[in-house]
Design a protein around this ligand. Structure first.
Ligand code: SAM
Length: 348
């Protein structure tokens, strides 16, 4: 089996690696009361372990790695890890002795990205770029200072705005901006966000609120559907669909009909499920593989790796886990059970 293919014929190309379960923001839709007891330090994967696991994933056809968390920039010396992972963009992975018959032509990492809340990003942007990071996604849920503080628990709007400029300056581009849109909290800012995308030439990504919050406040009434987001923005700034198919991407992407800079992306996992084309798999900070954001069970790769498993055995372990990837999430089913761990632990 050359690629990582699941039982539903989906090929895995995209690995999200959570570097820490800690976060310095208290977003009401994620981790409003801070972390429950953190994973013990010795259970968190070391940089060497992450590098080894990522190298194996890339040799199996993974092309994109996104570093996330928690807040990944809270992980000390993250630049060292980025340097190690960036080497996967040029190394000849077919040279690995346990993968001699790989049919993947010259497997290489093509895209190394990071998702951050932007808090400490401005002063670190240049080092991250130098280490080999390709691009960055920055979370920004309000353009109003008071509302930003209400949503995130931190008075840091200015930092985040500076992060966007810093990312552009060092060319960690295209810069994507994530905003989770929640009714009554920030949906009145949709037009401001669209204007922001035009004026700053950034790619806004509006995300539906998902049931992954630790305080379990999520209700369907709080969701602003992708369709509603589209029609409200389109009424003010007419939009044109960029591509008729979104492939394995999560967002429908739109440009502005008047040719203005910037882009609008709409990610609607609840009302317009896109599991059929999912190419993602996740590795938590404590080394558990999650085959879906909404998985209710995890696969302990950490202990398997630490048990002294060979490269070939790790490959078999990963292939077996991938075969168990869920056909789809079940948010809209009556029997839906919210996963025990929240977005900040899983790695968004
Ligand atoms: N700390 C980083 C950050 O703030 O971007 C990375 C981790 S954060 C969990 C990754 C993304 O998940 C953020 O863009 C955040 O807005 C999103 N997210 C967290 N909880 C969510 C939820 N319940 N529904 C939808 N998106 C969520």
């Amino acid at each position: 089996m050359p690629f990582l293919r699941d039982a539903h014929d989906r090929i895995i190309r995209d690995l999200r690696v959570s570097l820490t379960d800690r976060c310095n923001f208290r977003c009401f839709y994620c981790l409003p009361n801070g972390e429950p007891p953190l994973a013990r330090k010795e259970t968190i994967l070391t940089f060497e372990e992450i590098e080894r696991i990522c190298e194996i994933f890339v040799s199996l056809g993974v092309e994109k790695i996104r570093l996330t968390g928690g807040e990944p920039l809270l992980r000390r010396d993250i630049e060292v890890l980025i340097e190690k992972l960036a080497r996967l963009k040029s190394r000849d992975l077919n040279a690995q002795e346990s993968n001699p018959k790989s049919k993947i032509q010259n497997p290489k990492l093509k895209d190394l990205a990071l998702t951050t809340n932007g808090h400490s990003f401005p002063r670190r942007a240049a080092d991250l770029k130098r280490a080999g990071l390709d691009r960055v996604t920055i979370s920004l849920d309000s353009l109003d200072r008071e509302n930003f503080r209400n949503i995130t628990g931190v008075d840091a709007l200015e930092n985040v705005l500076q992060s966007i400029e810093a990312a552009k300056k060092v060319e960690l581009t295209p810069v994507k901006i994530n905003a989770v849109i929640v009714r009554g909290r920030n949906d009145d800012e949709l037009i401001d966000f669209a204007r922001f995308a035009r004026e700053r030439d950034v790619k806004m990504r509006f995300i539906e609120f998902m049931p992954l919050d630790s305080s379990r406040v999520w209700t369907r009434e709080m969701i602003v559907s992708g369709k509603e987001i589209f029609s409200r923005i389109n009424a003010r700034f007419p939009l044109v669909l960029r591509e008729k198919s979104r492939g394995a991407e999560t967002a429908w992407r739109y440009g502005f009909a008047d040719g203005a800079a910037g882009e609008i992306g709409i990610v609607a996992p609840v009302t317009e499920m896109f599991c059929g084309a999912c190419s993602r798999i996740r590795l938590t900070a404590d080394g558990q593989i999650r085959t879906c954001l909404f998985s209710t069970n995890e696969h302990n790769l950490r202990d398997f790796v630490r048990s002294g498993a060979t490269r070939a055995e790790i490959i078999e372990f990963i292939k077996d886990v991938v075969l168990k990837k869920e056909a789809s999430h079940r948010i809209n089913d009556k029997e839906f059970v919210q996963p025990a761990r929240t977005m900040s632990f899983i790695g968004g």
